[in-house]
Design a protein around this ligand. Structure first.
Ligand code: AMP
Ligand code: MG
Length: 445
């Protein structure tokens, strides 16, 4: 393990040991981040707010579903014994209809010998009956029914408890709520559930060169895009973004904003951790009592990164370049947010895809190339979005995945298999037109 000037929890300085030009492997940084990340408490939420949330309790069925045997079809509830013999000698069977049971009603009578009860889909099966004949397989009047196609014993009956049995744990603690789970919660009459809290993430951009969207824009300024990209990434990961705006490049401004951010669960700062101003951010972080790591990560984009705790809250100092801040958010902040909010796995889905280009690099860093993943004739194929500079935010706009090229790989050729992290659920199953510059199905260019 590399130890790059990290402070221990007791606040003692540990001397930097810099065995590999000071580079820290991403896996090592991820391990430290996740080990430092607490899991948030629970809160009671409405079933209508449950989508994407993580369940903080086991949901045990308090009754069977369906609660009684019921009909899967509109038809007639009958006794199999009445029709099986006639069926065997290929005769039609005529039964007396003694009641009509609509869905939402309980039958008041039992089906006796050579009797039937007309029944609607979902209605409880009357006592005595064990089979439902589909209405289209009969000829009927108000008080009799002739059966032509008797099916089998038990046909079209949904037995009590076939879906859910009373006493069983149906949805476990730690499950992410999807539409299926939401429907099941309703079946189990859970209008409120306990879920893990959503992490509140304070977002701070730093730099004298930045102008915010509501400021008058002058030529020498750069628009603060990181706050908005990161806020969206926070929301996508299920968190609540709190925008702190821009801290100017003075220790006082930075200190003031960071202190405001400590009401949140996580503070994400971008900019001010590259070589030029690294020491300045570092000094403020340390002054606020932080047990911080200052890493040069062995990844591209996104080399400089600060991580630690300030007054017990997780604090990340991400690189300022827009793509670097997004890629480092993906690899470090997002997993921490997912852990905090009770998820059991913290990574994006990964698939193997056939690389379509030539790519070479030095063997000192893991690269995350922005890519377009398509599926052609059953095979996943991936190409880059084009220019890969850390200031080229269109590479993120065009991408539906990150192509993960390991540290030790020097060259990738067309036809080689590469690992791909999927950035969005829907995009990777689209069949993108290779003539388009973007893999996004709604792209205009
Ligand atoms: P820094 O890490 O502060 O040296 O910034 C590196 C690069 O990222 C510079 O070109 C900055 O202008 C740019 N940058 C820093 N913060 C932001 C931001 N919030 N939005 C857009 N670009 C930024
Ligand atoms: Mg700066």
């Amino acid at each position: 393990m590399l130890d790059l000037g990290r402070r221990t929890d007791k606040g003692e300085k540990v001397k930097a040991i810099d065995a590999t030009q000071g580079l820290t492997q991403l896996e090592e940084a991820q391990r430290i981040v996740l080990e430092s990340t607490p899991i948030l408490g629970l809160e009671k939420i409405s079933i209508l707010d449950a989508l994407g949330r993580v369940l903080g309790e086991d949901i045990v069925a308090e009754r069977d579903n369906p609660p009684w045997d019921n009909s899967a079809m509109d038809g007639f509830a009958v006794r199999w014994d009445d029709i099986k013999q006639e069926h065997a000698i290929q005769k039609t069977v005529t039964l007396t209809v003694i009641e009509d049971v609509a869905a939402g009603k309980m039958p008041s009578k039992s089906v006796g010998a050579r009797q039937a009860i007309r029944i609607m889909t979902g209605a409880p099966l009357p006592k005595g009956a064990d089979t439902v004949l589909k209405v289209e397989d009969t000829e009927h009047t108000a008080d009799s029914v002739r059966v032509f196609k008797p099916e089998q014993q038990g046909a079209n009956v949904r037995p009590q408890g076939e879906d859910v049995k009373k006493g069983e744990c149906i949805i476990g603690k730690g499950t992410r709520i999807r539409p299926g789970e939401a429907g099941m919660l309703a079946i189990l009459a859970k209008s409120f559930i306990f879920a893990y809290q959503r992490p509140r993430v304070a977002i701070l951009s730093t730099g004298d060169e930045l102008a915010d969207l509501d400021e008058r824009f002058s030529e020498e300024k750069i628009i603060n895009s990181n706050s908005y990209g990161i806020a969206a990434a926070v929301q996508e990961a299920g968190g609540i973004p709190l925008l702190l705006g821009i801290a100017r490049d003075t220790p006082a401004a930075l200190k003031d904003k960071i202190s405001q951010g400590l009401t949140a669960d996580i503070l994400v700062l971008s900019g001010g951790v590259s070589m030029g101003d690294y020491d300045f951010t570092k000094a403020v972080f340390l002054e606020l009592g932080a047990a911080m790591n200052f890493w040069k990560l062995a990844i591209r984009p996104g080399q400089p990164l600060a991580f630690g705790k300030i007054q017990g809250k997780l604090a990340f100092g991400l690189p300022g370049n827009p793509v670097s801040s997004m890629v480092t958010f993906e690899q470090l902040v997002r997993p921490a947010m997912l852990k905090m909010s009770g998820h059991r796995s913290y990574g994006r889905p990964v698939v193997e895809a056939v690389f379509q280009e030539k790519f070479s690099k030095r063997t000192d860093r893991r690269h995350f190339l922005r890519g377009v993943l398509t599926r052609e004739e059953g095979v996943f194929k991936v190409r880059t979005t084009g220019a890969q500079g850390s200031g080229i935010l269109t590479s993120m706009v065009k991408a539906n995945c990150l192509i993960d090229i390991p540290v030790e790989v020097e060259r990738v050729n067309p036809g080689d298999l590469v690992s791909v992290q999927l950035l969005s659920g829907e995009a990777w199953i689209t069949h993108a037109d290779p003539a388009q510059t973007s893999g996004h199905p709604l792209s205009c260019c």
